[in-house]
Design a protein around this ligand. Structure first.
Ligand code: FAD
Length: 456
């Protein structure tokens, strides 16, 4: 063996690939064609920088696993032949998380989609990694329970992909982010070794695999805390003045109202997005709310006092057409790019109150920066996370914008980078690296995505 484990493996030679395929006989394999291209990709083209780096990167083989036994077989074969292995859920990540940088195998885990167990006394659920989040929620509903957090891709994303590649979304206004202790209670994990182990990790041991892009273990089942199911109402509020809308976005989460999402869209952005069925097109700045039914008697008189009006409301359950959820979080980028692919985005926390920093950025960037904010709980404190849409005009202007955000005291979660660390606070998590050493000693899992491993 000549390759040091911290260096990314090279794509497999034709001979090695054939030996691997022979070991995987009887499994569902995709060896070429459009399906292989689709399963090698995700939504990285939201970033022109990632697009440049990732376009055309392909798996040499895709395996569609249906069971934990399939995963154990694939892991053993990849370890034996020293071939890179990149796990994949639904492929809705935005940062090329499941794009195979070193060729090799993409392992599609969406076939592992069974509910393993539910404890009615505690609400704790255990489900396989490929379960779609919406489908899992439907199975929790008869028990009066629901997932605490979901991405706006709730209908298409998998549980394993959300934990390994996501961060938060709907529910973050109450429950913060996925890495906050208390959400992920346990993992079942397959290691990448010649004789793969099937590990059962408790909440504490699971932390290092939470948001690690599948670089340090193949998740086959996850145990999570849930919350009580609520019959959420969808509301669209409209404001003539930006300052009033921003003030309402700060005031509503601070009240004793049960909210599951609050999304603020400035008028030029709101006007370009679709509206839910029956909701009039946007005329001003919009607040999209998911609120509990008992919030309505408070909101109805309060919203006009805040300078807004409720222009539409409907129950979320059974709603036809576009749910409000799919106008929030990264769906704003999706809708805007569907009209004009010349837009990209950033993710940041601005210094509080956010008004002055937004005004400073507006003065410099005008209509090339459209404001979208989401109410979240960050380390227990109510905040507004910003996901502004950015008109792409090249690497230089993006770097200038990022520098200005930092000068203003903003914290960037950069969506234009490949590694776990650089998409977060830039800090290497020694526990993530140690878990990789323990579970993937040859560095074959999703190579190139954990900077701490590359820099060991
Ligand atoms: C329109 C749009 C809106 C979005 N909104 C949000 C949002 O609100 N919040 C949010 O956090 N994200 C959001 N995202 C990003 C993405 O949807 C989420 O991260 C989602 O949860 C990913 O799930 P997935 O099943 O598609 O995972 P994939 O994209 O398939 O995988 C994500 C990462 O997890 C790894 N992985 C997948 N399955 C496993 C497994 N079983 N074991 C080990 N590793 C695994 C992959 O290798 C990859 O690194 C959005 C993306 C889009 C395109």
């Amino acid at each position: 063996m000549t390759r040091p484990a911290h260096e990314s493996p090279a794509p497999a030679s034709a001979e090695r690939l054939e030996a691997l395929v022979a070991d995987l006989s009887g499994l569902d394999l995709v060896r070429a064609g459009l399906e292989l291209e689709r399963l090698s990709s995700d939504y990285f083209d939201y970033s022109p920088l990632l697009h440049r780096q990732l376009q055309g990167r392909l798996a040499q083989l895709v395996v569609r696993a249906q069971s934990v036994d399939d995963v154990l077989r694939v892991a053993a074969a990849c370890a034996r032949h020293e071939v890179a292995l990149t796990p994949r859920g639904a492929g809705t990540g935005n940062y090329g998380q499941c794009v195979p940088l070193a060729g090799g195998v993409v392992l599609d885990l969406s076939g592992l989609n069974r509910l393993r167990g539910f404890d009615p006394a505690s609400g704790i659920v255990t489900a396989e990694a490929g379960c779609l989040l919406a489908s899992l929620d439907r199975q929790l509903e008869p028990h009066g329970r629901a997932l605490r957090l979901a991405p706006s891709t709730y209908r298409s994303a998998t549980l394993g992909g959300f934990i390994a590649g996501g961060s938060g979304g709907i529910g973050s206004i109450r429950w913060g982010f996925l890495r906050d202790p208390g959400h992920l209670l346990g993992l079942e994990v397959v290691t990448l070794e010649r004789e793969p182990r099937l590990l059962q990790l408790d909440a504490s041991a699971s932390r290092a695999l939470n948001h690690a892009y599948g670089t340090n273990g193949l998740l086959t089942a996850l145990t999570l805390a849930t919350t009580e199911a609520v019959d959420w109402r969808q509301l669209v509020l409209e404001f003539e003045h930006w300052d009033a809308a921003l003030e309402a976005a700060r005031a509503l989460p601070a009240a004793a109202l049960l909210l599951n999402a609050l999304c603020l869209l400035e008028a030029p952005l709101a006007r370009r997005l679709p509206s839910p069925a029956g909701c009039p097109p946007a005329a001003g700045h919009r607040l999209l709310l998911l609120a509990a039914p008992d919030a309505l008697p408070v909101l109805e008189p309060w919203v006009p006092q805040l300078g807004g009006r409720i222009v539409w409301q409907a129950p979320q359950a059974g709603a036809r057409g576009l749910p409000l959820r799919e106008l929030s979080w990264n769906h704003t980028t999706l809708h805007l790019r569907a009209q004009d692919p010349g837009w990209t985005y950033l993710q940041l926390l601005l210094p509080q109150p956010e008004g002055p920093a937004i005004a400073a950025l507006r003065r410099r960037w005008g209509d090339d920066l459209l404001w979208h904010l989401e109410a979240v709980r960050q380390q227990g404190v109510a905040r507004l996370a910003a996901l502004p849409l950015v008109r792409w005009s090249g690497d230089g202007p993006l770097a200038e914008l990022i520098a200005q955000v930092k000068e203003l005291g903003g914290v960037l979660f950069n969506p234009h980078v490949l590694t776990v660390e650089d998409g977060g606070l830039g800090v290497i998590d020694a526990d993530q690296v140690a878990a990789k050493a323990a579970h993937d000693p040859r560095g074959l899992l999703n190579p190139g995505k954990l900077r701490g491993w590359l820099e060991r």
